[in-house]
Design a protein around this ligand. Structure first.
Ligand SMILES: C[S@@+](CC[C@H](N)C(=O)[O-])C[C@H]1O[C@@H](n2cnc3c(N)ncnc32)[C@H](O)[C@@H]1O
Length: 238
């Protein structure tokens, strides 16, 4: 049974010495998000789900763009606390589970879900599609399926294990699917794929620091998958 949530790992999550795998996933995820958020094409309102320390706020602020119109959410109060610093710059913060966002239908132009594997469920994608305007976009990343099958194996593919400094092991949900199954989840939610990118060191120019992500016998390493999906307009794919 997995009763824990990210609050159990929040204190250490962003410590790159203690958790280099999280550190690498965050950097590769940011690479994809940054490449998909063209400076002159960031539609608002923006909703970030499962945000932890908001990568969207960091990207926009780094470009001197306003954080007004950005809502940062997370199911864990402790993870959301990393984003407190962005509220004085105009972002709104709220504790909210990704599959129950408590926002009106069609109220959001852009949704960002960085490393969304803990809640990558049909229920989340249906909820995200509900709050998205017609024609709106969702940009999301997950650890790559190729990495997950190699490192976790088939039996543990839906579990992320963290070993804390005190030796405690925390197992958290992590839903990572093959590409066909992931696309089926999008389609069932009324979403269609507009971009897919398999990001590793070759594509990003980033180095891997975590031994868990390295595989000396593999030539083209894959770290994260990035997806951009669009909401179908009146059932029509545009
Ligand atoms: C792998 S971390 C990624 C954090 C951040 N987005 C990043 O890229 O650095 C996953 C985040 O999702 C949040 N989370 C987990 N389950 C969630 C759920 N059901 N609804 C909303 N957020 C959730 C966690 O609290 C955590 O902050």
């Amino acid at each position: 049974m997995m009763n824990e949530n990210y609050s159990a790992v929040a204190a250490e999550y962003y410590d790159h010495k203690l958790h280099p795998t999280c550190y690498d996933f965050c950097r590769f995820s940011r690479f994809y998000l940054e490449s998909m958020l063209a400076p002159d094409d960031v539609a608002r309102p923006i909703l970030e789900v499962g945000a932890g320390d908001s990568v969207v706020a960091s990207i926009l602020n780094g470009r001197n763009q306003t954080l007004h119109g950005l809502e940062i959410t997370d199911a864990s109060k402790q993870m959301l606390a990393y984003s407190t610093k962005w509220s004085s710059l105009g972002a709104q913060l709220r504790v909210a589970p990704a599959d129950e966002l408590d926002r009106p239908d069609r109220s959001t132009a852009l949704i960002i879900a960085s490393l969304c594997d803990p809640y990558n469920t049909p229920k989340f994608w249906i909820e995200a599609a509900r709050v998205l305007e017609e024609g709106g976009r969702i940009i999301a990343t997950i650890p790559s399926y190729r990495w997950a099958t190699r490192y976790r194996g088939d039996r543990h593919i839906s579990t992320a294990e963290f070993v804390l400094t005190n030796g405690q092991k925390v197992r958290l949900p992590s839903f990572i699917f093959d590409l066909r199954s992931q696309l089926d989840i999008f389609e069932s939610a009324g979403l269609h794929l507009i971009n897919f990118f398999d990001v590793g060191p070759a594509e990003s120019g980033l180095e891997i620091t975590s031994p868990k992500l390295n595989a000396p016998d593999e030539t083209n390493l894959s770290v994260i998958w990035g997806f951009s999906v669009k909401k179908n307009t009146n059932g029509i794919i545009s």
